[in-house]
Design a protein around this ligand. Structure first.
Ligand code: HEC
Length: 121
């Protein structure tokens, strides 16, 4: 039995490391999405329009996470139009009790932002 003990502890160490690596992987995922999104010119538009004061891609802030918006509207026929309307005219009662005021963007910008948000599903 004594012979096996070092071997056993080695196996134990390896299995722990495996778990550690897995854990890091899952924690890294949202960060990667964020980094990739930041390279996108549309991200800069959203940033310059102040969207990130209330929204994040993967996390709920004052408003819903963009990924949740994308999931909710996935497969809906007029998803882009509906989001353009919410962005330019404001939205209330769809995600909770806090309303979103009409945003200072053109319809074209709103369309680009809506398409971008819907890509996170
Ligand atoms: C002051 C905070 C605030 C800012 C700034 C803001 N939002 Fe929102 N947003 C909200 C809230 C709160 C909601 C949820 C409204 C509701 O429940 O209907 C929302 C909802 C949304 C939705 C979902 C609408 C729907 O019809 O389901 C989209 C898309 C969206 N925002 C995009 C944007 C974009 C793009 C910008 C920047 C141009 C922006 N928001 C800026 C607070 C904000």
């Amino acid at each position: 039995m004594k012979k096996f003990l070092p071997l056993l502890s080695l196996v134990f160490i390896f299995s722990c490391e495996g778990q550690q690596a897995k854990k890091e992987k899952t924690e890294e995922a949202p960060k990667k999405v964020q980094e990739q999104a930041e390279l996108d010119p549309i991200y800069k538009l959203a940033d310059s329009k102040g969207c990130f004061a209330c929204h994040d891609i993967d996390r709920r802030k004052v408003g819903p996470a963009y990924r949740d918006v994308a999931k909710k509207y996935a497969g809906k026929e007029n998803a882009v139009e509906e989001l353009v309307k919410s962005i330019t005219k404001g939205s209330m009662g769809k995600w909770g009790s806090i309303p979103m005021a009409p945003q200072a963007v053109t319809k074209e910008e709103a369309r680009k932002l809506a398409e971008w948000i819907l890509s996170f599903k």
